[in-house]
Design a protein around this ligand. Structure first.
Ligand SMILES: Nc1nc2c(ncn2[C@@H]2O[C@H](COP(=O)(O)OP(=O)(O)OP(=O)(O)O)[C@@H](O)[C@H]2O)c(=O)[nH]1
Ligand SMILES: [Mg+2]
Length: 323
């Protein structure tokens, strides 16, 4: 298959490189789409809103075309806690810094106040914008057409149409995903790769591990819990002889009663979370491991600078000042 790496001199020898922001309301399918394009799970996915809490970086390198650096962002919503303000800030930064912006909308949901708010934010940016009407595997064509018209009528600050393209897709089935990727490549500037083409992401492995554990917590719990839970990886111990890993993680909950919900009757739920996470992590890290989970009641952690800082240290991304 030819050379393994790109040359990284000059302007990239006709190759393209740039950043692409995935923006949308919670649950629109941003992370599902990025993972599909990368053919790997970089961002965790769940059916609960506000799953993604950091700007997740995914790198797609293509010998013929160049490199796309995706920024999968937290869903845009009304921020009620410091954590949520940080999340919103990351989405807005990505929106204003990217070479191309992909705005995802869940087309199976009725257009509402949250969509209007998002559209208002997107109209203000001057970056090239594509609108992706997602989840078309769930929507009839007759319901899609008025939505296409609505977004086609939107205008940016310069009076031109907000969106250069409006494309119905399904991140789940892959319908339309390659077409959008071609549109993205067309709009990227020429340049040398921004990262080593061997890299899939810039996040440390430890952060990705904590995220994958959080994904299992989200899968096994419902109602308010997903919003109020965080996972901190406390220890990562390697046995040099057996290559076996021992991982120690803590699940933080906001209210005392939630501890019991995560632990479950006789420890049944925490056991299920642990088993699912261990299997996933063994595949991800490609080696045997032991996983120990604890649950800690940490009241108000979503407002707590220290705890948020602890979580941030796991992310190789500088948040800057947030107030
Ligand atoms: N039917 C259908 N479901 C989808 C599609 N894309 C995503 N989903 C589902 O929608 C849910 C949310 O997907 P995510 O990728 O986590 O959404 P997100 O936009 O990253 O959400 P946040 O991180 O919370 O902002 C998951 O249950 C996905 O399986 C799609 O094209 N069709
Ligand atoms: Mg997400």
């Amino acid at each position: 298959m030819g050379e393994k790496k790109h040359g990284n001199q000059g302007a990239g020898g006709g190759l393209k490189a740039g950043t692409v922001a995935l923006i949308g309301r919670p649950n629109a399918g941003k992370s599902t789409l990025m993972n599909r394009w990368l053919r790997e799970k970089v961002s965790i996915v769940s059916d609960k809103p506000q799953t993604t809490r950091n700007r997740m970086v995914g790198i797609l390198s293509d010998e013929q075309r160049g490199q796309i650096v995706f920024h999968d962002t937290p869903g845009v919503h009304k921020p009620l806690h410091r954590l949520n303000r940080q999340m919103l800030r990351q989405a807005l930064d990505a929106l204003n810094e990217a070479d191309v912006v992909c705005v995802l909308v869940d087309a199976s949901q009725r257009f509402g106040g949250g969509d209007a708010h998002l559209l208002g934010l997107v109209e203000k940016t001057s970056r090239p914008r594509l609108l992706l009407l997602n989840k078309i595997d769930r929507v009839s064509k007759s319901r899609l057409l008025p939505e296409i018209e609505r977004y086609a009528a939107s205008r940016g600050a310069d009076g031109k149409p907000t969106f250069e393209e409006i494309v119905p897709i399904s991140a789940l089935t892959g319908d339309g995903a390659d077409l959008v990727l071609d549109m993205v490549w067309q709009r990227l500037p020429e340049g040398a790769p921004l990262h080593d083409p061997e890299l899939l992401t810039t996040h440390p492995e430890r952060f990705l591990v904590a995220e994958r554990i959080r994904e299992k917590v989200l899968e096994q719990t419902r109602d308010e819990l997903p919003y109020t839970t965080a996972v901190v990886l406390e220890k990562w111990v390697e046995d040099p002889d057996t290559q076996r890993l021992r991982l120690y993680a803590t699940i933080l909950v906001d209210k005392p009663g939630q501890k019991g919900i995560v632990i479950g009757r006789g420890g049944s739920r925490i056991k299920e979370i642990g088993t699912a996470a261990r299997l996933d992590l063994m595949e991800f890290l490609d080696r045997p491991l032991h996983l120990e989970l604890n649950v800690r009641h940490e009241p108000g952690w979503r407002e707590n600078r220290r705890v948020l800082g602890e979580l941030d240290r796991e992310v190789d991304y500088n948040l800057g000042e947030v107030d």
